[in-house]
Design a protein around this ligand. Structure first.
Ligand code: RB5
Length: 150
């Protein structure tokens, strides 16, 4: 199950991502927003989706705001969340293979719909490689837990 969320800037792109997930045979859950009028607050929607991923209700999340940055910062405040904010395919794929990112964020005002779908597709199909990369993720988790890592 893929958690989806956006603010008012990302509704059209989120709807395109929904269609793509359907075509890929992947299920999704929409945590809002679905209004295109300015005045909403991206942390609300990012937080809802991030909590669903952190709790295990959803496996991963794709979140969208104007830049992808704000909703990504909000989501990354939830324990256990590793966000990649991407506007290119290479970073998206490597963020899964090396960083085991569990939330992808994109900027609806940054990437076009076709590129965004390509980024999401690479991210969704990439697999975490483990090994030395797991050691580094364990260090990130330690930082998150307030532990010293050096
Ligand atoms: C909304 O105007 C905009 O600030 C928001 O979508 C996002 O880009 C914030 O990071």
């Amino acid at each position: 199950m893929i958690a989806l969320a956006c603010d008012h800037t990302g509704v059209a792109l989120k709807n395109e991502i929904k269609k793509m997930l359907d075509e890929m045979g992947l299920t999704w859950k929409d945590f809002g927003n679905n209004e295109t009028v300015s005045g909403d607050d991206y942390p609300v929607f990012g937080y809802r989706a991030a909590k669903a991923v952190a709790s295990g209700e959803c496996d991963r999340g794709i979140l969208i705001c104007g830049t992808g940055v704000g909703i990504g910062i909000a989501a990354s405040k939830v324990k256990g969340i590793r966000v990649c904010t991407c506007s290119d395919v290479y970073s998206a794929e490597l963020s899964k293979r090396h960083n085991n990112s569990n939330i992808l964020t994109m900027g609806a005002r940054v990437v076009g719909i076709d590129l965004a779908k390509m980024i999401a597709q690479h991210w969704l199909t990439a697999e975490f490689e483990g090994g030395r990369h797991q050691r580094r993720i364990d260090m990130i988790t330690a930082i998150e837990n307030g532990e010293e890592i050096e």
